[in-house]
Ligand binder design. Structure first.
Ligand code: C2E
Ligand code: MG
Ligand code: MG
Length: 265
């Protein structure tokens, strides 16, 4: 992978620095589909690096390096800005309204000026917090629970929705669920994958998470739905929405716009 094949971390960092200046980053969008009416309820912004010689580099190969080097800050700001501008374009067109979901990294939230930067980004792109959703993993939250609670409340006050990403993998106390203004839980795709395996513990866990979420008035989103069988299963388990290759892989902005336009509205 990238981290090993490059001559050193410094080289990767340098390349990433240029990548921002050279517009090598691009956002792909993956639809989130409501199980109630099969309509697209949101689009998740997922970063890609169009490397001049390596082709498309997936985020798992460079986000960790960006986190360590601090480059995550300018990169994340670029993602948020680009996603907000796209949300504005989609809203201004004759397409059905969808939520724009953006992944936030730990470093980004821990930045002392996170709220100011976030607000600035919304102003610049001319959108409000409504219709925007941020995705945070449990482990990110746990790094600084008190600090996170304070900051996420500020975002929620602006109308931003908050989703817990990769839910179920963080092995953490669940008490944060009642302390935070959370809107959705995204069940990690490993649980969805297990649904159709020969052990049926996956189904018990998904049903349990869904029941708990219902009690707490949270949306449940299943990640990584790849097969019709998984889709049929999650319907019976109480999920509200899903994302996965079955409906669509993450796609470029043109394809994403087509998917939105293809819906009855
Ligand atoms: P995530 O937020 O949990 O995003 C879901 C990942 O699962 C995406 O991988 C998506 O392509 C993949 N996926 C979706 N449906 C399926 C499916 O049916 N089967 C399988 N096997 N995979 C599926 P991707 O795009 O490679 O992103 C990986 C992770 O990188 C993301 O996980 C997110 O944590 C992080 N990431 C992506 N973009 C950003 C970003 O702009 N900022 C930050 N901080 N992190 C990002
Ligand atoms: Mg996500
Ligand atoms: Mg996830």
């Amino acid at each position: 992978d990238l981290q090993k094949s490059f001559t050193g971390r410094l080289a990767v960092e340098n390349e990433m620095r240029h990548a921002l200046d050279n517009n090598e980053f691009e956002i792909y969008y993956q639809p989130q589909v409501s199980l109630q009416d099969q309509r697209i309820r949101g689009m998740e912004a997922l970063i890609r690096w169009n490397h001049p010689t390596r082709g498309i580099v997936p985020p798992n190969e460079f986000i960790p390096i960006a986190e360590e080097s601090g480059l995550i800050t300018p990169i994340s700001e670029w993602v948020l800005g680009a996603a907000c501008r796209q949300a504005k374009l989609w809203r201004a067109s004759d397409l059905p309204p969808v939520t724009m979901a953006v992944n936030l990294s730990a470093r980004q939230i821990e930045h002392p000026h996170f709220i100011e930067k976030f607000t600035h980004c919304l102003h610049e792109s001319g959108i409000q917090g409504q219709g925007l959703e941020i995705e945070i993993t449990e482990s990110t939250l746990m790094r600084d629970m008190d600090g996170s609670i304070e900051k996420l409340r500020r975002l929620a006050d602006m109308g931003v929705e908050i989703a817990i990403d990769d839910f179920g993998t963080g092995y953490s106390s669940l008490s944060y669920l009642k302390k935070l203004p959370i809107h959705s839980l995204k069940i990690d795709r490993s649980f969805i994958h297990d649904l159709t395996g020969h052990m049926n513990n996956g189904a018990t866990l998904v049903a349990g998470i869904a029941a708990m979420a219902k009690g707490l008035n949270l949306n449940v989103v299943a990640e990584g739905v790849e097969t019709r069988a998984q889709l049929d299963y999650i319907k019976t388990l109480g999920c509200d929405a899903y994302q996965g290759f079955l409906f669509s892989r993450p796609v470029g902005v043109e394809k994403a716009t087509e998917l939105l336009a293809r819906q009855p509205h």
